[in-house]
Write a protein that binds this ligand. Structure first.
Ligand SMILES: [Zn+2]
Length: 306
């Protein structure tokens, strides 16, 4: 086997697609739902084409950072009223998401030519702290603002997928505030981004990341970043900042359908608020259900130690 990182002939070792250390934080999520292969299994998602040297020495520093970062801010769940301020290392976040996307694409035997020598060296070299200008990352806080409890769709705290759907406009055309009637936008289009080569969405419990990889030679990156920054309810991570207060990026629909990236002005945000106020300001039964589910989760954690 040729190692996916160093290119040397070697025996393949198992490499987790998303770091095992992150999976360890959520032992209750012990089932893998592999939608692309239409399979459900109890083992971790992995690839087996990395040599022991790269796996254990050269790229493992990325997982250490990722675990600390996720554990520090995103094990807990948040409500609409929480202010979530994070401190981050932009280069390490770039490396973390690039590594996971690369692992995932190899596991699906996709064309990985984007991950050329330059990107691989960037990942393998812990001393390379120069951010890649053709990689854009946004992030936001995930809050279940819907009336539906989490567990109804399964224990889906860790999710990732290629090609999220970026909306070009609101999913709702009109809200009648007198009657509460909602008219959907039926000719909504997908936002296109020139020179986009790869896009991914990652959810780690209470945070969601969007990764966009552009053609290195593109002169449209600045324009694309501006669209992303103003069109979506996410924080655009960048090399000049180390701290940020993260916005909530979910509405009552895409909390559950995580790969639908709605625009910042989507009417669903308001519809969710209207629904909640009409309900007296809280979802009593959802809260009851979720408290009971937390107890259930403790049992699942004990039954499935990692
Ligand atoms: Zn190697």
């Amino acid at each position: 086997m040729v190692c996916a990182y160093c290119g040397k002939e070697a025996k393949g070792t198992k490499e987790h697609i998303v770091s095992s250390a992150i999976l360890d934080l959520f032992p209750e999520c012990y089932i893998t739902f592999d939608e692309t292969r239409n399979r459900i299994h109890e083992s971790d998602p992995m690839v087996k084409d990395v040599c022991a040297e790269c796996n254990n020495k050269r790229i493992s520093y990325i997982d250490s950072y990722a675990k600390d970062f996720i554990a520090r801010y995103f094990i807990q769940t948040y409500s609409e009223n929480d202010e979530v301020e994070i401190e981050y290392d932009y280069v390490m976040i770039q490396k973390m998401l690039l590594k996971y996307a690369y692992n995932d694409m190899r596991s699906h035997k996709e064309d990985c030519s984007f991950f050329d020598e330059e990107i691989k060296q960037f990942l393998m070299n812990s001393n390379d702290t120069f951010p890649k200008t053709n990689i854009t990352i946004l992030c936001g806080i995930v809050v279940n603002v819907s009336p539906i409890p989490d567990a109804m769709f399964g224990n889906l705290k860790l999710r990732w997928g290629k090609n999220p759907f970026f909306y070009s406009n609101s999913t709702i055309r009109n809200v009648n505030y007198e009657t509460g009637q909602i008219t959907l936008n039926d000719d909504i289009e997908k936002q296109s981004f020139p020179d986009l080569e790869i896009s991914y969405v990652f959810r780690f419990n209470s945070v969601q990341f969007l990764l966009l990889c552009w053609d290195k030679k593109s002169n449209k990156i600045g324009q694309n970043r501006t669209v992303l920054q103003y069109q979506y309810p996410y924080y655009l991570m960048n090399e000049n900042e180390t701290k940020a207060v993260l916005p909530i990026c979910t509405d009552e629909l895409n909390y559950h359908r995580f790969d639908h990236i709605h625009v910042r002005w989507d009417g669903l945000f308001e519809v969710g608020l209207m629904r909640k106020y009409a309900n007296g300001g809280n979802y009593e039964y959802k809260e009851l259900y979720e408290r009971a589910w937390k107890e259930e989760e403790k049992k699942i954690k004990d039954e499935h130690p990692r």
